[in-house]
Design a protein around this ligand. Sequence first.
Ligand code: MD3
Ligand code: FE
Length: 217
Amino acid sequence: MQSELFSIPKKQDTKHFLADNTCILPGFICDNATEIRDLLEDILLLSPPRYMNTPGGQRMSVALSSCGTLGWISDAKGYRYSSYDPDTHQPRPNMPPLFSSLAIKAAAEAGFRDFRPDACLINCYIPGSKMSLHQDKDEQDLTQPIVSVSLGLPAEFLWGGFIRGDAKQTLLLQHGDVLVWGGDDRLRFHGIKPLKPGWHPITGDCRINLTFRKAGG
Ligand code: MD3
Ligand code: FE
């Protein structure tokens, strides 16, 4: 479609702040989605997504992998980052330069100019997969932002406050959307409602979410 001819604003142009330190960049990676998907295929062959258990023994409904120097793991001993894949005992697949450059560019758009991601968590959702309300605080330097990239099927994202019981907003995260969270907003409770079934040309019947973090020191 030649949207330029009809001056329909591109989705990519509508960046906005949901809070002082929370920025949404709708469609920010749409032009790179196929290339990202192809790079992910290689990464997921080296380090297949797997269902980890919470320290309490509950199987998570999102399958997880990671690339970069650090990856996130959960088992009976707790939540933490590690340099090795717990199943293959291999180092994590490298973070492709395209991934880090897009994450750094997105963080800069949101006002975070010294983002140095060392971990890219790869969350794979199938219909019914959800992520319960939680905070992200396993990273060493909480002054570094988190950059999230959504691919494939849309998901309802729950965005809360600083206490579990605080009021929540529901936002739809769509294919290509990038969110940047920093400062105090980094500690907001958040979650993903059960994924609805569907089909997306880039990912098929699933949703993939990438989160870029500075996890180590
Ligand atoms: C808000 N992932 O991996 S990304 C996670 O879509 C996670 O898979 C969700 O929550 C997903 O930890 C949501 C958006 C996100 C990520 C980190 C945040 C939102 C955040 C940290 C603080 C506040
Ligand atoms: Fe999270």
